[in-house]
Design a protein around this ligand. Sequence first.
Ligand code: 16G
Ligand code: ZN
Length: 530
Amino acid sequence: MESSYFNNIVNSEYSRKNDGRIEYGTAGFRTKSDILEHVLYRMGLLAVLRSKAKKAAIGLMITASHNLEPDNGIKLVDSAGEMLEVSWEMIATNLANVLDSDLTSMLAHISTKENIDLSIPATVIIGRDTRKSSPILLKAVLAGIKALNGNVTDLGLVTTPQLHYVVVCTNTDGAYGNPTLQGYYSKLAAVFKSIRGTEINNGKYISRLQLDAANGVGAIAVREFQRYLKDVLDIKLFNDGSGDLNYMCGADYVKVQQTLPLNIPSEKSVRCVSIDGDADRVVYFYIDGNNKFHLLDGDRIATLVAAYFKELLETSGLSLQLGLVQTAYANGGSTDYISNVLKVPVACVPTGVKHLHKKALEFDIGVYFEANGHGTVIFKDTAKDAIKNHAKNEILSTTQRVASSKLKDVTDLINETVGDALSDMLLVETILHTKGWDVIEWERSYNDLPNRQLKVRVKDRNIITTTNAERHCLTPVCLQEEIDKIVSKYSRGRSFVRPSGTEDIIRVYAECESSSDVNRLAVEVASLVY
Ligand code: 16G
Ligand code: ZN
């Protein structure tokens, strides 16, 4: 069957028109949209093979997340809703770069090597963001899937986490929820409302927020949530798609620039939320009485969530191992707070969701967040069962029972498949509501160290290699020694450099006690890699 199966696969409409090499990186393929058509066609082909290999539905998301409008990209979502298996990242890279004349033989080679039964039906679930280039790229993907007779479920315009959710629900026969967008909204909205009960506000918590949707696909999802939650949460939507995507707005802009996004009114002490262009990242912020900007990023969300879970576990009397996973970008202030005050075990892993997710699986309840706002909470199946059964335990005191059923409800509010800006936001809102906290109370738990990120353009970013979760440079030789020398001059100083996985640059991170020194520290370290 094999040799004939891949006949007529080369499609002149999607021939490889440029010689540049493209790699499946931390977030799939991502580059200028006008050189992506053949890659998308080939990913359509690959998704069919992956679906047959896994004997399950596979997801394909067309997005370039927080990048500006001219870019686009694609990532594959594996059958359990997680990122594509690492060994297939290389297969994807090879397939994207092969000459048209070798495409057929490479497909045959993949299917033999991976032992794929080609008679198994394939299903590919597709989503896309709002970029102008997305429909053309969708056409290319569909052509690829059709060429290998795969079945398609086209979800249209969806956030990345919605696509992950539908893939999981499809492959678990609905046990995780209904595999539709309506299933997604109604599941999250129903739990959110039931936890909140009739008390809309509580203490200092007021059920109102301003949301910057980065002019991306998240705005569509927010409008749906506005409808579902209209009686319980007042969400004022800004950057709703009428402006330029990710331009001076969105979670990445707000996190890196540490400033207000375009169009958000600077109303004193009002909770504001920014999500990114495909709604898998979220950060909070507010303006104080002196017009000073305050950021509550992924580290803050992680600590809020971990502290809440710790409290619920202790109050309910349930003994489960809770852990938190961060990257080198986590603010030193947050890591100290987690280790010394919360006393929750904390692990540090390299940048990229797949690393965080994998490490978090080692805990019964694993909270993971990147400082940029990408993260979620995941539970071992045994932990979920324990939580469910504990809530039914008759010998519990009332306090224990209340905590126990809260724990169960909160579990349902979380999109475990991947960081989900909107599910994370509903979780934060739930915790703040329960505690009766406004954003100022939330911020009070610890102080962030002033920090700064810089980008350095170099000829070849791969000359920098790192170890110890990217916190130490291995090459160029002596670079780490030089960084250490500079850092030692600054009180509570910390700095590292790493090659970006998504752009052709080196990233520099620096933090120290004094806000007036932190720029100098970052610039001094950056000057070592010019
Ligand atoms: C991608 C990653 C994100 C990471 C970022 C780092 C996923 C889904 N996304 O967006 O987690 O923080 O890359 O980018 O893994 P950088 O390597 O350019 O710093
Ligand atoms: Zn994103």
